[in-house]
Design a protein around this ligand. Structure first.
Ligand code: NAP
Length: 234
């Protein structure tokens, strides 16, 4: 199965791409940082994984269309797109700057839309495909102190759930994933904190693999993934 993973240069996206590649999927990695992408690709290839990478800024619709097209051409088609890339700025409406607000809207909402729009014609032509959108628990319940971030994730949820209804008759599946606390560097406010209780990025990849392995006539439309443990008491 050929899967494009956005935001694959680090964090959850790296974990998803690595797990899927080790599980036998062909993976295309998208993100801005060429060096980090190269590092992920090399690590996957060292373990005999089949991998392609292309740098792109998802805030740019033309760059995104080019990158998705390059991945589809490389693998001769596409079976899934995982819209994982996202920007987390956890600030209240009092504190967030206009530039920070716009950066989150551009990355978390527009980026998801541009990548989806770029991949849909290929999937429609094939009569099959699967889009997994990484929302957040904060795309379902309020996040005090992070209203801007929550707004973008509620948008992803609304887009994703509605998209399923628009594309299902073309044989295209859509799944919305709602992660709770996952151990990625950008979510560590204090680098020395014990993050062992959190979900590991590869475990989100394992969840994606389960979702992708459902039979052709079935879709897991929503999936919430949370750690069982709790943060250590201070
Ligand atoms: N970690 C959590 O606890 C958690 C919980 C719920 C949901 N989430 C969601 O999970 C996703 C991944 O989060 P994370 O914690 O793994 O974040 P992260 O470690 O900061 O990784 C974000 C990824 O997105 C890429 N990215 C950001 N802006 C981009 C752009 N304009 N164009 C292309 N790629 C871009 C980054 O790559 P470059 O910088 O190289 O471009 C990076 O690969 C996000 O959508 C986040 O909202 C995370």
């Amino acid at each position: 199965m050929r899967v494009i993973v956005t935001g694959a240069s680090k964090g959850i996206g790296r974990g998803i791409a690595t797990f899927l590649a080790m599980d036998g999927f062909q993976v295309a990695l998208l993100a801005r940082s060429k060096d980090l992408l190269k590092d992920v690709r090399q690590s996957i290839e060292e373990h005999e994984g089949d991998c392609f990478s292309v740098a792109c800024d998802l805030r740019d619709p033309d760059e995104t269309e080019y990158a998705i097209g390059a991945a589809v051409e490389h693998f001769g088609g596409v079976d899934a797109l995982i819209n994982n890339a996202g920007l987390v700025i956890r600030k209240s409406a009092f504190d967030i700057s206009l530039d920070e607000w716009r950066a989150m809207v551009d990355t978390n909402i527009n980026g998801v839309f541009y990548a989806t729009r770029a991949v849909l014609p290929h999937m429609k032509r094939q009569g099959s495909g699967h889009i997994i959108n990484v929302s957040s628990i904060s795309g379902r319940v309020p996040l005090p102190g992070g209203s801007g971030y929550a707004a973008t994730k509620f948008a992803v949820t609304g887009f994703s759930q509605s998209l399923l209804q628009e594309v299902r008759d073309f044989g295209i599946k859509v799944t919305t994933i709602y992660p709770g606390s996952v151990d990625s560097a950008s979510h560590r406010h204090d680098p020395s904190e014990d993050a062992g209780w959190k979900v590991r990025p590869e475990e989100v990849g394992e969840a994606c693999a389960h979702v992708l392995h459902t039979p052709p006539g079935t879709v897991i439309s929503e999936l919430e993934i949370r750690p069982l443990g709790r943060p250590p008491k201070k």
